[in-house]
Write a new protein. Sequence first.
Length: 297
Amino acid sequence: MSLYNLILNNHRLNLTYILFRKTIKLTKTYMMKKSIFLLICFIPILFFSQVGINTASPTTTLDVAASPSDLSKKDGITVPRLTRQELTNKGNALYTGSEKGTMIYITDISGGDTVSTRANITTVGYYYFDGSIWQKMSPDISTPMPAYFRVTADIPSFLTAQTAGQATRVFNLAQIKNAIPGLTYNASNSTVAFPPGTYQITLVYEAIHNATGCNISSYYVDFPEGIGAGVTRVHSTASHIEGASSNHGGSITYTTVFTGNRAWRVELGRGQSGNCWGDGMTLRGQSTHLLIFRIGD
């Protein structure tokens, strides 16, 4: 090998070594800058423990600011979404007292079950974990949740065969609205199934009774009580003129508490204090209706 080639190779080796040293130096500089940048990013969190999204000045632990001037941006926070089946798949022991306050949104209840911690998951909506069971988040627990039922057509010859102290089912009673979670209605036998809770029940009636000598109509409702077969009877008496213009009406209300599931058939009975019996009575459709309110627990 010539002297020229030796000198050239040595020069190349020196150049490679110099480039390698510069690369190492640049890499160290980059890593240090990156570490400093990350440290700067975490300093506010470490010192202030407050995080802001869309704001440089968070005022709480997590402060999410809206963008009202950006009409294309969707503001809001989306919590984890699960079907009841997906939550069921996680088992009964995953959530404990450590997860108290956890919030989810159930998107579908066609699958899964209401076993253990999922006993209250009967409707689509928001739920929070109270440390032992998932609880439904009511829009406003202080606002009663209603269910509304209405007699859709006149019921002629109503209470014709009943004497004082006897009742019969209210027919043609249709469910119009039901915002009470877990409450169901069977129109074929006019039976309401209540989940545990506190309820105010009101039956509003409108009727005519054009029998001769009939000018005081008395009615009662046996309202359900507790979880057994117990009832509480409440009367209502309406005075009216005799004959074809014997229109009369009233309302019967009771507040009750169920500690377990309870079924109740909607019936109206003949009261003690009237003088109207036998044929001639018609229970009016549309104006006769049933209101049930679930009072916040």
